[in-house]
Write a protein that binds this ligand. Structure first.
Ligand SMILES: [Zn+2]
Length: 281
């Protein structure tokens, strides 16, 4: 799933590629993809794309005073193509046909249709329920006090940091990297952190900025559907910790996995499964 650094590089590259492009027409072949109906998509015809930006993990495509707020969910991708999609392409969700022949396409892979878009007045995006309910952006990192308040919750850090209403932009991949960087257990609770641990966790958010810098250096004008992510710990179970050499361990959940260095994060304890993990803090 695209997280803050991946959506940021997509937004930057699309912003550069699409600036000033004129919309010819817009189609929404995805069933139920549009969560708004007024204004209709036809209101975009003849408008210029004025910006592509990001809020949390959501791309926002601006057309003057109208904006398309997009939630990619786990399998959505936003990309520009030189030619129009075949209408038989089942991955198509929203197609923004441009006057120069190109097409901005929201596609979704797999069988589930979960990605969605809303066409809103640009000045109404911030007040949209999905945006207004977001916690502070994880990058650029919020001030320490704001961050400390955001994570002062009696929940394990792994789900807490991924909870967009508490802090926005972090998902299942980068949470492992941030906790490893901070040398904190994924099962420690937000309310259990002392001042030094909060500072370490706050400082560790730099891995998101580092990832964006990495993408700026390695990704050209077109962002591939599957961005090669510079992850050191996530999905690296069985490999030596890049810092201390201890074997990286994993905890598997039904839809995701968690990776950590037992030596540096859990006091040497290896968490075998979810049931056992719940007993540890
Ligand atoms: Zn280690």
């Amino acid at each position: 799933m695209p997280e803050l650094p991946e959506v940021e590089i997509v937004a930057r590259r699309l912003d550069a590629a699409l600036d000033g492009a004129v919309v010819e027409s817009v189609l929404a072949p995805g069933m139920n993809v549009m969560k708004t109906f007024d204004p209709p998509l036809s209101a975009l015809e003849g408008r210029e794309i004025t910006a592509v930006r990001r809020v949390g993990k959501m791309p926002v495509v601006e057309f003057g005073d109208l904006a398309l707020l997009i939630h990619l969910m786990s399998a959505g991708r936003l990309r520009v193509f030189d030619k129009r999609a075949s209408l038989k392409d089942r991955a198509s969700r929203v197609l923004v046909r441009l006057g120069d022949g190109r097409e901005l396409r929201l596609r979704e892979f797999g069988t589930k249709q979960r990605a969605w878009a809303k066409l809103l007045a640009s000045d109404a995006v911030a007040a949209d329920e999905m945006v207004a309910s977001l916690g502070p952006e994880a990058w650029p990192a919020p001030p320490l006090e704001e961050f400390a308040a955001a994570i002062d919750k009696p929940r394990h850090l792994h789900p807490l940091l991924r909870h967009q209403k508490d802090i926005s932009g972090i998902g299942r991949s980068w949470v492992d990297e941030i906790l490893w960087e901070a040398r904190l257990s994924p099962f420690k609770k937000g309310t259990e952190l002392d001042a030094a641990e909060i500072e370490r966790l706050h400082a560790a958010l730099h891995v998101l900025g580092d990832a964006i810098d990495h993408y700026e250096e390695t990704i050209g004008p077109e962002v591939p559907d599957k961005v090669p992510m510079p992850l050191k710990v996530h999905k690296h179970e069985g490999e030596p910790c890049p810092r201390c050499g201890t074997t990286i361990e994993a905890v598997f959940f039904s839809e995701h996995q968690m990776n950590y260095c037992p030596e540096e994060q859990t006091g040497g304890r290896v968490l075998k499964d979810r049931r056992l993990s719940k007993l540890l803090k």
